[in-house]
Design a protein around this ligand. Structure first.
Ligand code: CA2
Length: 147
């Protein structure tokens, strides 16, 4: 289990590649999964890749990531609203790398605040699908858990 990375995706990310390509690019969620799988394989890490449109389900996914190497989390809109997701990250005590495809700081003011960032090890935004790969590289080399 410590050799598994969980890649968790929040609401509407299942629609990637179908709308707003100027914001989110042309990659589909299947492309994101394939890129993550290749990155994990390079580091000989197993991967669990999940997407949900439901806040509580994302909380469950985080709880199920206990014991893993870490979590790459794009909580999508819940980033900006969810105390429950922040609490779950604290509760599981894992390394979480927060990822956003778009540069949230170049967008609307409501996207500038994240409930996830204060409980994340690091944050990557604005680099598109590449951000997921960078987050996996970071988890592959980051040692241990957050105590
Ligand atoms: O940039 C990101 O990755 C975001 O997490 C994406 C979220 C947004 O609420 C965050 O502020 C930033 C939105 C994901 C919605 O994805 C769509 C994909 C295709 C078409 C429409 C929405």
């Amino acid at each position: 289990m410590p050799d598994t990375v969980h890649v968790l995706n929040g609401p509407n990310l299942n629609l990637l590649g179908t709308r707003e390509p100027e914001v989110y690019g042309h990659a589909t969620i299947a492309d994101v999964e394939a890129a993550c799988r290749a990155a994990c394989a390079r580091h000989r890490l197993d991967m669990v890749f999940r997407q949900s449109n439901h806040e509580g389900e994302l909380v469950t996914f985080l709880q199920e990531a206990r014991g893993s190497r870490g979590v790459v989390l794009n909580a999508a809109a819940y980033t900006h609203t969810s105390v429950a997701i922040a609490d779950a990250i604290k509760a599981v005590g894992l390394i979480v790398v927060e990822v956003h495809l778009s540069n949230v700081f170049a967008r609307e003011a409501f996207r500038h605040h994240s409930y996830v960032s204060p409980v994340a090890r690091g944050v990557i935004c604005g680099l598109g699908i590449e951000g997921y790969r960078l987050a996996i590289d970071a988890l592959a080399t980051a040692g241990g858990r957050i105590s």
